[in-house]
Design a protein around this ligand. Structure first.
Ligand code: UDP
Ligand code: MG
Length: 313
């Protein structure tokens, strides 16, 4: 018989959170009986007891499956591995730290089965417990990326969502190496219901995201889902050219009217430094896209599996 719901859980050093998560998700699964569940945990190269916890959970509960990576490949890779491994008719992704409350699952399931949506996704309405400067930059990022990309990326969207098989297949058909899930889910379209909830603090363990990592991640998102920065670079170049021509005209006129004393060295330095900066900036933008193209053309696997619940690979 086919499983009804697959729950995909990326785990990176989550030995403290896993037992709590397992207790909570099995409680919710019981509530939703007679629906059948499978829990697909992805051990993303953890260095703590995550893998051994998963082994023992799998030994005592047939619904528990796991995929263990050969090293840390990142959450995006873990989500992809989970989507590929999942066998359920409905597939949900959620974090192991209980920041994505499993108790919302019945509501998400109803949205997809009864209200005719292809997907029910969650959005947190507050950013409580987060440093204010982080929230500020997060807001700016969402404003910016929605302006410059055609994937609809919702502010505060979590990676906690339940999808119909059809939508998961659409997501899996996107074979890119640089995977920015928030963009991919938005890009495939389909009917998504947004379910708001208030932010919950991590149950145990600690976050893997520093401000710097988040910043780099937002750049990845922009490069993966928009080519606007390239256009901005060329427009900037054109504008500066126009400004330079104007400036030349002014200099020539001035020379004819007032003669040509040697002066204006400071202003010249300013112009040279400014233009040098702009050039490096624009070269950097093209470099970003070139680097991504380089990585895509290598066609490396997104992740490598070392072990599953069926044993070593
Ligand atoms: N995670 C992962 N690989 C990584 C980093 C994180 O699989 O390289 C998992 C982590 O175990 C958790 C989820 O992704 O289940 C979200 O991570 P975290 O709670 O650190 O992020 P935050 O909630 O602070 O954004
Ligand atoms: Mg978290």
């Amino acid at each position: 018989m086919m499983t009804d719901i697959s729950i995909i859980v990326p785990c990176y050093n989550e030995q403290e959170a896993l037992p709590l998560f397992y207790a909570e998700i099995t409680r919710v699964a019981e509530q939703m009986a007679p629906l059948t569940f499978e829990f697909v945990f992805i051990d993303d190269g953890s260095s703590d007891g995550t893998l051994s916890t998963l082994r023992s959970l799998a030994a005592q509960d047939k619904r528990v499956r796991f995929v263990s990576f050969s090293r840390n490949f990142g959450k995006e890779a873990a989500i992809l591995a989970g989507l590929e491994a999942a066998e359920g008719a409905y597939i949900a992704t959620m974090d192991a730290d209980l920041q994505d409350p499993p108790a919302l699952l019945p509501q998400l399931y109803r949205a997809v089965t009864e209200e005719g949506y292809d997907c029910a996704a969650t959005r947190r309405t507050s950013r409580e417990g987060e440093p204010p400067i982080r929230s500020f930059f997060a807001r700016m990022f969402y404003k910016l990326i929605n302006k410059i990309s055609d994937a609809d990326i919702v502010d505060g969207a979590r990676d906690y969502r339940l999808m119909r098989r059809r939508m998961v297949e659409a997501v899996l058909s996107m074979r890119e190496y640089n995977r920015f899930s928030k963009g991919i889910f938005g890009w495939v379209g389909f009917q998504t219901k947004w379910v708001p909830f208030t932010n919950v603090e991590r149950a145990a363990g600690e976050t893997k995201w520093s401000f710097w990592k988040l910043f780099l991640y937002s750049l990845e998102g922009i490069v993966a889902f928009s080519t606007a920065p390239l256009a901005i670079a060329s427009v900037l170049g054109a504008l500066l050219c126009a400004a330079a021509f104007l400036f030349i005209a002014v200099v020539i006129l001035k020379t004819f009217l007032f003669g040509d004393p040697v002066s204006g060295w400071p202003s010249m330095m300013c112009v040279i430094l400014f233009l040098g900066g702009i050039q490096l900036f624009c070269a950097g933008i093209s470099g970003q896209y070139l680097a991504k193209t380089y990585l895509e053309t290598k066609k490396r696997p997104v992740y490598l599996v070392r072990e599953t619940e069926e044993g070593l690979k």
